[in-house]
Design a protein around this ligand. Structure first.
Ligand code: IMP
Ligand code: MG
Length: 179
């Protein structure tokens, strides 16, 4: 596997994002809404890099029946979402690929009548955007490669890697043999 973004680079950028959120949301009722499962590592690090009061909440998004590169039907589970009325919400996800997931999340979050909704992602695959929406905050723009680590998975594995790696053909074949 080839490293695209090292642990050191991620750490530095997450600290910058934390400082940006701290400045933007000082004095506002911030709720960071992490998207399960891919955002968990980013969420854990980003909240500790943010020094304005905030709440943490979780929502789940999954696309079923999709392949590695084309997602299937989007399913959103909001059962864990607390009252967001009047809150300033930042939806936090691992990656903005086509953007369809984030658009669906905006719709789901709007129903909770928050004061504002913004989006933050660690990675943005800019060449694949299909929607009329861009992430408000992002860590890194990346090329159109399939990546894993730091929360991102392939077949629900590799989330624990502390860096972002590119899954090359060999890695995909090896993962297929082992599953
Ligand atoms: P969307 O295309 O922006 O809706 O992204 C859908 C979901 O696909 C993301 O939330 C990720 O879970 C997943 N995804 C997209 N690209 C990658 C990748 O390169 N590695 C791992 N997961 C990805
Ligand atoms: Mg995923």
């Amino acid at each position: 596997m080839r490293t695209l973004i090292s642990e050191v680079e991620i750490d530095a950028r997450v600290k910058e994002l934390g400082a940006i959120l701290t400045a933007k949301y000082a004095g506002r009722p911030l709720t960071i809404l992490g998207v399960l499962t891919g955002s968990i590592v980013f969420l854990a690090d980003l909240i500790r890099a943010t020094s304005t009061p905030l709440r943490v909440a979780l929502i789940q998004a999954a696309s079923y029946g999709g392949t590695r590169t084309s997602p299937g039907e989007l399913s959103i589970n909001n059962a864990l979402v607390p009252d967001l009325k009047g809150r300033d919400v930042v939806i936090l996800d691992d990656i903005f690929d086509t953007g369809n997931t984030m658009v669906g999340l905006y719709e789901a979050v709007r129903e909770f009548e928050p004061n504002s909704i913004k989006s933050a992602v660690l990675l943005w695959k800019t060449a694949r955007t299909e929607v009329d929406l861009e992430p408000d905050y992002f860590g890194f723009k990346i090329p159109d490669e399939f990546v894993v680590g730091y929360g991102l998975d392939y077949n629900d594995e590799f989330r624990h890697l502390p860096f972002i790696g590119i899954m090359e053909d060999e890695d995909l074949q090896q993962a297929a043999r082992q599953s």
